[in-house]
Design a protein around this ligand. Structure first.
Ligand code: PMP
Length: 292
């Protein structure tokens, strides 16, 4: 079945509507001008992992795009939990989205209503289990992450994903699982939907997240690594340095911790640190209910 024809319920502007009926008008500002921000969350054992952090980021992204979500953070948290329950999900993925409506047409959108919807569905693994075991292969993306002076790079804004879809399609056409993007200065940035980490001589290196999305999973993995006594260095990483790294992984809400075996001409061997952090992340999210 097409994704919009599924059974289920979507929370839309304060009430539940049947999944198939959760529609918007073609003149929606969010569609024409990308005035939309969203989140991606996972629930494990009935608990949405880091729900408050995700909801706060949704509000922050909206603020960056100059709009105010007409609910409180508590209301969106509650609606997220209700969406999970209403769809009978214990483990699942949640997609809250906020966008400017169709009340006026034009770049200026002072009078357009701010809409919010939350959907939830089963999404076991972003990359296939076989890919995750062996490590995924990444191509270099043609597009770079935009300079924060060029676009609201720190927001989880729909418009920023235009270059991600183009890059992911190009990578898939060449037989890769995903693409790795550089920042505007040519340093390693992130993949089209996850942050990236490397290992050299037992030390973890990851790009400074001051010019792309500072993933909640990224922050979690840094915390897990440090609590295990591992050193984590956040810094600019030049693509030429990739030949000096032994391990590499991507991490994000959907991707969780996924080892990488190749980036372009560079090869990595999923090793002990990747495996350790993959397990530590799984243990943490699975135990989310106990810890919450
Ligand atoms: N970068 C991009 C471009 C993403 O889409 C995501 C997924 N939201 C991430 C990084 C990782 O963010 P998080 O760990 O908060 O899911």
């Amino acid at each position: 079945v097409p994704f919009d024809q599924k059974d289920g319920w979507i929370w839309m502007n304060g009430s539940f509507v049947p999944w198939k009926d959760a529609k918007i008008h073609v003149l929606t500002h969010g569609l024409h001008y990308a005035s939309a921000v969203f989140e991606g969350e996972r629930a494990y054992n009935g608990t949405i992992f880091k729900l408050r952090e995700h909801t706060e980021r949704l509000f922050h992204s909206a603020e960056i795009l100059d709009f105010k979500i007409p609910y409180t953070i508590e209301e969106i948290d509650e609606a997220s939990n209700a969406t999970l329950a209403k769809n009978g999900l214990v483990d699942g993925y949640l997609r809250p989205i906020a966008w400017r409506g169709s009340e006026a047409m034009g770049v200026s959108a002072q009078k357009n209503k701010i809409n919010v919807a939350i959907a939830a569905w089963e999404w076991p693994s972003y990359f296939t289990p076989a890919e995750r075991l062996k490590g995924i292969r990444l191509d270099w993306a043609k597009y770079r992450r935009p300079d924060p002076r060029t676009a609201p790079s720190l927001a989880k804004a729909s418009g920023l994903y235009m270059i991600c879809t183009i890059s992911k399609h190009a990578a898939e056409a060449r037989g890769y699982a995903d693409a790795l993007m550089l920042d505007w200065e040519g340093n390693v940035a992130e993949s089209t939907g996850a942050n990236v980490f490397f290992v050299k001589d037992g030390v973890i290196h990851t790009p400074l997240a001051d010019r792309f999305l500072n993933g909640i999973t990224r922050q979690t993995v840094i915390g897990l690594a440090k609590s295990r006594g591992l050193e984590v260095i956040e810094r600019r990483i030049a693509p030429e340095e990739l030949s000096t790294f032994s391990e590499c992984w991507l991490c994000g809400t959907a991707a969780e911790v996924t080892p990488v075996s190749e980036i372009g001409e560079h090869k990595f061997t999923p090793g002990k640190i990747s495996a350790d952090l993959m397990q530590a992340y799984t243990d943490l999210v699975q135990g989310a209910k106990v810890l919450a």
